[in-house]
Design a protein around this ligand. Structure first.
Ligand code: SAM
Length: 200
């Protein structure tokens, strides 16, 4: 059955890039600098939308690495394809709960502004555990606190009205249940950053 989120995000796709200010992009650039991305890495971006992280990531992984964006909104995927026709960028229309990739295919996973929208978050973490190599990092990134994000979604309404990040305790448990370790969660005004190391 089709998730109402897909139509919601399909409708936003053409104008999506206008939602980022130069300041957002600057902050994202500094954040990505701190993630330990290096040349040759294969990185998966879950709920990639139009690919706001792609340029930051693809320049850091270089021609020997790759960035694979996954999104289940066909319109977001279309815009991402149009925006990033580069050899080291792949965009795939897929559900994050059922990733069409082989085991241990990636060196890092990121999800920017998307995790609260995943209907089955535990299943997504299981899939990330499967497609990441052992020792690889998964980062959940937002440019606002979980509290501010919840208020924003409430204001927007529609299918995202109740979309929330799990509490720090819940997210710890969810990561652990999917075999992630070294879990760190920062949650304060202007930033939510969760990181964990994948263990096979
Ligand atoms: C708020 S947007 C963020 C897009 C992009 N990361 C950005 O920050 O510009 C959330 C994205 O997650 C995608 N999404 C939500 N649930 C998904 C799922 N189960 N599988 C794949 N993509 C999903 C939506 O289609 C949407 O493009």
């Amino acid at each position: 059955m089709r998730d109402p989120h897909q139509d919601f995000f399909d409708r936003l796709a053409q104008e999506w890039d206008l939602s980022f200010t130069a300041e957002d992009l600057e902050r994202l650039s500094h954040l990505v600098d701190s993630l330990g991305v290096s040349e040759g890495m294969d990185i998966i971006d879950l709920g990639c939308g139009t690919g706001v992280l792609f340029d930051l990531l693809r320049r850091r992984v270089g021609p020997e690495g790759s960035v694979t964006g996954v999104d289940y909104s066909i319109e977001m995927v279309r815009v991402a394809h149009r925006n990033f026709p580069f050899d080291n960028v792949n965009v795939v229309e897929a559900d994050a709960t059922n990733l069409p990739f082989k085991d241990s295919a990636f060196d890092m996973a990121v999800s920017f502004s998307a995790f609260p929208h995943f209907s089955d978050k535990q299943r997504v973490l299981q899939e990330v555990n499967r497609v990441l190599k052992s020792g690889a990092m998964f980062y959940i990134i937002h440019l606002q606190s979980s509290k501010d994000l919840a208020s924003l979604h409430k204001r927007i309404g529609g299918p995202v009205m109740h979309d929330r990040l799990p509490s720090t305790e819940e997210l710890h448990e969810m990561f652990s249940a999917s075999n992630f370790t070294d879990i760190n969660i920062e949650d304060h005004p202007g930033l939510f950053l969760a990181s964990a190391v994948n263990v096979k």
